[in-house]
Design a protein around this ligand. Structure first.
Ligand SMILES: [Zn+2]
Ligand SMILES: [Zn+2]
Length: 645
């Protein structure tokens, strides 16, 4: 007689079964069809339905709509895709193939990039594999044996991974003739893959490192049902239309160049103008709130970075250079010169809070694999500020930063969510410091009536923080603003103020950004507005087009008058057909178009047409300038008129 074991189920009942019984069989006995499950949790760990249970355990089935189920499906889809790829490209070497946020990918070492045609073929083969209902079977084997197995298959990337593993036993999965190194779990058989799509191909360095071979990554997505897949693909299409890299090119806002280097943005006139407007807007908003504008150098001696702790904790992300045999670091953050400004005088409690604001351009070494348009770059400008205050002032300071975030995000039409990250395992500062600062962050959010998530242990080593996640028009989340408390820098730089008691005290330091990196924020803005900027931000507010060349002189005169009043306007001088020029201005998403024909010349008036097609009545250039000014003020909630540039 085999030994009996006891299984605890989620409804509180217990079942006695023979040792070695499969998960699917145990779950099936509950009166459910085991077909309702796609995997299970054994003592909290996700496992295959085919896993046999060897000792007393807690068991719970994972259904298609359970959390984590979609990941199992998508990871299984990645295996099936790799099987399909290997059937066409037997020489392809497989790297890794995880489930990701909205789907999955697999990286392949192949002799040429995959084409759209390849994707279609691979997708068809995947459907065939799905219809064969191939079982995913798991085998545990000693690591050494697995190294032998994958060496024999020529899978050098798997061998490299295995050589770094420390576990003596590893697991491999097989469906059909495809074998992969994998922790699992997987869906029971390939037949559950019913709704999927391969979405794109991209180059990706092995382990994201540019010194490694370039692999070909195929992205795909999978859902349990066709309806959800359709919905997601429609969303993806809209997101692609709004992709800031595509719009950046179409609207001639910015570019990247191999000759310059990866992750460095080149701003063209229109993009630079939007940035200029944003930066002027920010300077005003900071000055109105009692910040002082400061400017620090880009290169600071390496000695100073050692003192701040950046050299020890952040060196891999920094660039260094030498001047007169002295080592310098290119700043990855703006904090240091702000602290030197603080230290340039004896500070009294009456001077506090001090709020230093800098549009600080920083450089950080990001791996080339993670660079992504404007969203992830190596050189960027932050709307950075450091607030130095007494511990008593911390709560009010944080509340006013939160108000700042609310007002600014309201202007751009962003909703957002807040998260507080608390003390990580490796951290500095006393318990009291952490409690006080974390308490101040929570209290400020509570008092403002915000609900927030707490991310335990996700704070920086030097202090807790609030992260603000923007929700854009497609309901995607973007990290922009952060508010961070810092205990180390005031300590390391021995910052003090003279208190009311005449003794020296340590100020509290807050690092904060509102928009974050301007580059990233602009990337998010471009996608949020789908390139159709509100009038106050639009680099070009009006485009003048003439019916024939006969009206050019009048058009130039109108342009001069409007420019004189601050309107950002151009004349389309090309001798193209009127329809062509109108379509072009529409493509450029210019808020107003001013069509000038003979009638306009005779009357000395213009007939503006809005971007949405609304035709306005005849007016003089001066009246039009007033209208644009009014619209700027309205669309920026009273902040910005025509005088921003
Ligand atoms: Zn796997
Ligand atoms: Zn800082």
């Amino acid at each position: 007689m085999p030994k009996e074991i006891e299984i605890a189920l989620p409804d509180g009942s217990k079942q006695r079964v023979a040792q070695g019984t499969a998960v699917s069989e145990i779950l099936g006995k509950k009166g459910h069809s085991p077909k309702g499950y796609v995997a299970a949790k054994l003592n909290g760990q996700p496992v295959d339905l085919s896993r046999s249970v060897e000792e007393d355990a807690v068991l719970e089935g994972i259904e298609a709509d359970s959390p984590g189920a979609l990941e199992i499906l998508r990871h299984s889809a990645a295996h099936i895709m790799a099987q399909a790829v290997k059937s066409f490209f037997p020489e392809a070497r497989i790297a890794i193939g995880p489930a990701i946020e909205n789907g999955f990918y697999y990286d392949f070492d192949v002799s040429r990039p995959f084409t759209q045609e390849d994707l279609e073929k691979i997708e068809t083969r995947m459907r065939e594999i799905a219809s064969q209902k191939l079982a995913f079977s798991r085998r545990d084997m000693p690591r050494e044996e697995a190294i032998g197995l994958f060496s024999g298959l020529g899978e050098k990337y798997k061998v490299e991974l295995l050589e770094e593993f420390t576990d003596p036993v590893v697991s491999i999965y097989q469906q059909g003739d495809f074998i992969d190194l994998c922790r699992g779990p997987h869906i029971p058989d390939s037949g559950l893959l019913r709704a999927f799509k391969l979405t794109s191909v991209a180059g990706a360095y092995w382990r994201g490192d540019e010194h490694n071979p370039m692999l070909q990554r195929i992205y795909g997505t999978a859902f349990w049902d066709v309806e959800s897949l359709k919905k997601y693909l429609a969303f993806l299409e809209e997101a692609q239309k709004r992709d800031h890299r595509r719009l950046g090119k179409e609207l001639d806002l910015f570019s990247f160049s191999d000759e310059v280097g990866a992750g460095m943005v080149i701003w063209h006139p229109k993009g630079a103008l939007i940035r200029h407007i944003l930066e002027n807007f920010e300077k005003r908003e900071h000055l109105r709130r009692g910040y002082q504008i400061v400017i620090g150098p880009t290169l600071l001696k390496t000695e100073l970075w050692k003192r701040s702790g950046h050299f020890d904790h952040y060196r891999e992300n920094m660039y260094f250079t030498e001047i007169d045999e002295q080592s310098y670091g290119v700043k990855p953050m703006n904090c240091l010169s702000h602290m030197l400004i603080y230290k340039s005088k004896i500070r009294s409690y009456r001077d506090l809070p001090l709020r230093y604001f800098e549009l600080g351009t920083v450089h950080r070494h990001e791996k080339s694999g993670v660079l992504h348009g404007l969203l992830r770059v190596r050189q960027f400008t932050q709307d950075d500020a450091h607030i130095l205050c007494t511990p008593d002032q911390l709560n009010d300071e944080i509340k006013s930063i939160i108000d700042f975030v609310i007002e600014v995000m309201g202007i751009f039409g962003f909703e957002f969510e807040m998260e507080i990250s608390t003390r990580p395992e490796k951290s500095i500062g006393t318990d009291e410091d952490w409690e006080r600062a974390t308490g101040a962050l929570m209290k400020a959010l509570d008092e403002k009536g915000f609900r927030y998530q707490i991310c335990e242990g996700d704070g920086a080593f030097y202090g807790p923080k609030i992260d603000v996640k923007l929700k854009d028009a497609l309901d995607r989340r973007w990290q922009c603003a952060t508010i961070q408390c810092d205990f180390t820098l005031p300590e390391r730089f021995d910052l003090t103020y003279v208190g009311a008691d005449g003794a020296r005290h340590r100020p509290v330091m807050v690092h904060r950004v509102i928009l974050g990196a301007i580059e990233r924020f602009m990337g998010v803005l471009i996608e949020h507005y789908a390139g159709a900027f509100p009038t106050w931000l639009a680099p070009l507010q009006a485009m003048i087009v003439t019916v024939t060349d006969g009206q050019i002189d009048f058009a130039r005169e109108v342009c001069r008058q409007l420019q004189g009043r601050g309107v950002r306007v151009e004349v389309d001088m090309r001798s193209e057909k009127l329809g062509y020029k109108i379509r072009d201005a529409q493509m450029q998403k210019v808020p107003y178009m001013l069509v000038i024909g003979n009638k306009e010349v005779e009357n000395g008036t213009i007939a503006p047409r809005r971007r949405d097609g609304t035709q306005l009545s005849l007016m003089t250039p001066a009246q039009f300038a007033e209208l644009v000014e009014k619209e700027c003020i309205e669309s920026s909630k009273g902040r910005v008129g025509l005088n921003i540039v």
